[in-house]
Design a protein around this ligand. Structure first.
Ligand code: F6P
Length: 328
C-alpha cells in the first residue's frame, strides 16, 4: 500500500441518514488498523472552511455504531460552493497535515468533493449516505434500509386506524427526486396505490384505481406518495380532489417527514457502513481517488464520482409490476 497518505479526514455532509455514525466508526478504525491518523471534520464542508477538526482514534468512536444522526454533525455549506471557500478549506487541510478525505453524503456532497479534487488534485473518496437511495453505482445508500423500516412501521400503524374508520390515507414519504422509499415501503406495507416521480400515474387513473378498489370490497386504503411526485398536487390537495370527486371516501393525510431520517440504523445499514468505510480508506491508501464506494450485486465496488453524480439510479420495473399485481 502507498505510504504517501499519513492522515485522512472524514466528514458527513448534506441530509443525515442512519448509518453515518457506523461509517465514521469504520473509517476511523480502518485508519487505526493501518497505523495512519484520522481527523473528524465537523459540519461537513463548512467545518472544513472553518478548520473545525478533531483528531480521532478507535476509542473516539466507541458506542456509536447503533446511533442515528451523525456525531460529526452535518451541513449544506453555501460557502463551499465558492472558489474562495474551497481555497480556504484546502489551506486548513494542508495546515492540519490531512492528505486525503472520505466524504459521507449524497450527490451534493459528491459534487463538492469532485470539484475539490479537480481544483487541487486532492485525493477524495465518497461513501453514499442518504435515505433517498438516489445514487448511481450502489444498490443501497446508507440509511435507506433503516428509513424503509421506519416508513413501513408507521404505515402499519396508520393502517390500524384507517381500518377502524374505513378511511383512505394519503401518506407522504421522503425522496426529493426519487421514488425508491415510496415504492419499496409501499409494497412492504401493502399500499393500494404508490405515487412516485419516475412514473406519473395521473389524476384520472388515481380516481379509477380508488373506485375499483372500493368496488372490489376494500373498506380502507393507503396511498403512499413520494414528496417528489409529479402528479401536480400535494397530499393535501389530493385529499380535497378525491373528496370532491369520490365523496364516498373519508380521507386523511399523514406526512411522515424527518422522522424518516432518524433512529437507530438497521443491521443491514450498520454492516454496509462498516464495509464501505474499510473500502474507502483502503482504496485511498492504494492511491485511488475520486471514486464512490458502493454495493453492486452484494460486492463492494468503486464507481467514479462523476458517474455516481450524473448517472441515475433507476426504479426497478419488476417492482412496479409487483406493486400493480399486489393491488389487485
Ligand atoms: O436527501 C434526503 C432528504 O431527506 C430528502 O428526502 C428531502 O427532500 C430532503 O433531504 C430534506 O432536506 P432538509 O432536511 O434540508 O429539509
Amino acid at each position: 500500500m502507498s505510504k504517501a497518505i499519513k492522515k485522512i479526514g472524514v466528514l458527513t455532509s448534506g441530509g443525515d441518514s442512519p448509518g453515518m455514525n457506523a461509517a465514521i466508526r469504520s473509517v476511523v478504525r480502518t485508519c487505526a488498523y493501518h497505523n495512519i491518523e484520522c481527523v473528524g471534520i465537523y459540519r461537513g464542508y463548512q467545518g472544513m472552511i472553518e478548520g473545525d477538526f478533531k483528531e480521532m482514534g478507535p476509542r473516539s468512536v466507541k458506542n456509536i455504531v447503533h446511533l442515528g444522526g451523525t456525531i460529526l454533525k452535518s451541513a449544506r455549506s453555501k460557502d463551499f460552493m465558492t472558489a474562495e471557500g474551497r481555497k480556504i478549506a484546502h489551506e486548513h487541510l494542508k495546515n492540519a497535515g490531512i492528505d486525503a478525505l472520505v466524504v459521507i453524503g449524497g450527490d451534493g456532497t459528491f459534487t463538492g468533493a469532485e470539484i475539490f479534487n479537480n481544483e487541487f488534485n486532492y485525493p477524495v473518496m465518497g461513501i453514499p449516505g442518504t435515505i433517498d437511495n438516489d445514487i448511481f453505482g450502489t444498490s443501497h445508500t446508507l440509511g435507506y434500509d433503516t428509513a424503509l423500516n421506519t416508513v413501513v412501521e408507521c404505515i402499519d400503524k396508520i393502517r390500524d386506524t384507517a381500518n377502524s374508520h374505513n378511511r383512505l390515507f394519503f401518506v407522504e414519504v421522503m425522496g426529493r427526486d426519487a421514488g425508491h422509499i415510496a415504492l419499496n415501503a409501499g409494497i412492504g406495507a401493502g399500499a393500494e396505490e404508490i405515487l412516485i416521480p419516475e412514473e406519473d400515474l395521473g389524476l384520472d387513473r388515481l380516481l379509477e384505481s380508488l373506485e375499483k378498489s372500493k368496488a372490489s370490497g376494500k373498506l380502507s386504503s393507503i396511498v403512499v406518495v413520494s414528496e417528489g411526485d409529479k402528479i401536480g398536487k400535494n397530499v393535501f390537495e389530493l385529499k380535497e380532489y378525491v373528496e370532491e370527486n369520490l365523496p364516498e371516501y373519508d380521507v386523511r393525510v399523514s406526512v411522515l417527514g424527518h422522522m424518516q431520517r432518524g433512529g437507530s440504523p438497521s443491521c443491514f445499514d450498520r454492516v454496509l457502513a462498516s464495509r464501505l468505510g474499510v473500502k474507502a480508506v483502503e482504496s485511498l491508501l492504494e492511491g485511488k481517488s475520486n471514486y464512490m464506494v458502493g454495493l453492486l450485486q452484494d460486492k463492494v465496488a468503486l464507481t467514479p464520482l462523476e458517474q455516481a453524480i450524473k448517472g441515475s439510479s433507476k426504479i426497478d420495473e419488476e417492482l412496479l409490476r409487483v406493486s400493480d399485481i399486489m393491488t389487485t
